[in-house]
Design a protein around this ligand. Structure first.
Ligand code: FNR
Length: 337
């Protein structure tokens, strides 16, 4: 039988997004900065935790032999580099008591900064089981409507999602992050989340992994005209500009390199999640090489911040930027409406 998690990995690696909104943001640089490179600080804070680095490995996988190997590699990279690692949805482990593709990361890296993930379609008790098994720093609750709709075996009852989320908030004792999976999250969803007690939102927008594409590849008659469903990561960040001081906004979706990371921080993100690019790296290279690349990313973030005259994440918010193309059109239209 085909394993859904393995198919997700296979098709995620096959997908190429034609358009990435990060290319339509230009940061205005500074010619005479105040700070020396070594003074630049990368630390950030969200979901009640301090992090020394503002980027992390976002939810990817778990629940198959291949997923187990990938989780082992990702966790080693995160552990060695001192960055946060978020597992894929823990529901895969709940379906199979033999599965240790999630727990192994904790066993092999006891000091790992770890968080986990579960779907909004699940009962809050599934979240409690995930927390008992992994002792994570926080729990991501993911929303993935279009993925479910395209998935042949996907959920068809969405009326209970709001109620489920309310129960997560009432019964889970660690911070909860409401998270998209690459379709983007805008004001209406954030408002609803705030109403239900959510304080941290991972807006995971379009531009990188497309779960519409992935599920269309898994269908006999793929609805590929829906592959580009959703709002881009930059559009979501622009749309939520008035919220970044009220709630914690995390950026993810299509983040490729330290420049994309810094652009997200300039637009108000507290931290930046990366899935596809890091998955590609651990599939292609030995763990040691990936550790070297991620270590370099830290230095490159500092370099870019230095050239923007910002010595910490807060100062990045003062950096001016220029928008182009579709992103500018989105910005102008939402201003008018
Ligand atoms: C994901 N993503 C994901 N998200 C989630 O909340 N729970 C999950 O179990 C998964 N599983 C998963 C598997 C694979 C193979 C990929 C590539 C991604 C979505 C991920 O966390 C992120 O939101 C999107 O992938 C967008 O970011 P990138 O991939 O463009 O960096």
């Amino acid at each position: 039988m085909k394993n859904r998690k393995d198919e997700h990995i296979r098709y995620a690696l096959k997908h190429r997004s034609e358009y990435n909104s990060f290319d339509e943001v230009e940061l205005v640089h500074c010619s005479i900065p105040k700070y020396n490179l070594e003074e630049i600080e990368l630390k950030t804070r969200f979901a009640g935790c301090e992090f020394t680095v503002p980027f992390f490995i976002n939810a990817i996988t778990g629940g198959s032999e291949n997923a187990r190997k990938i989780n082992q590699k990702l966790a080693r990279v995160a552990n060695e580099c001192g960055i946060l690692f978020v597992t894929g949805s823990y529901s895969a482990a709940l379906k199979n008591v033999q599965d240790d593709s999630f727990e192994i990361v904790k066993r092999e890296n006891p000091d790992l900064k770890l968080a986990t993930n579960i779907g909004i379609d699940k009962d809050y008790e599934a979240g409690i089981k995930a927390i008992e098994a992994l002792n994570p720093l926080f729990l991501q609750v993911h929303v993935n409507l279009m993925q479910e709709l395209i998935m042949v075996e996907g959920s068809r009852n969405f009326g209970e999602w709001e109620n489920n989320l309310q129960k997560f908030v009432q019964n889970i004792k660690i911070p909860i992050v409401l998270k998209e999976v690459g379709f983007g999250m805008t004001e209406a969803t954030v408002k609803k989340g705030i109403e239900l007690g959510i304080k941290t939102f991972d807006i995971s927008g379009r531009g990188g992994t497309s779960f519409a594409f992935i599920e269309n590849m898994r269908r006999e008659n793929g609805l590929h005209y829906l592959d580009n469903w959703g709002q881009t990561t930059i559009s979501c960040l622009l749309n939520l500009k008035n919220y970044v001081d009220k709630v914690e906004v995390i950026a993810s979706g299509g983040v490729r390199n330290p420049l994309d990371i810094v652009k997200s921080l300039v637009l108000g993100a507290k931290a930046v999640g990366i899935s596809k690019v890091i998955l590609e790296l651990v599939v292609k290279y030995e763990v040691e090489k990936v550790i070297e690349i991620v270590e370099n990313w830290k230095n490159e973030c500092r370099m870019i911040m230095c050239a923007l005259n910002a010595n910490n994440i807060e100062e990045l918010r003062n950096v001016k930027y220029i928008l182009y193309g579709k992103t500018l059109e989105f910005f102008m239209q939402q201003k008018e409406s």
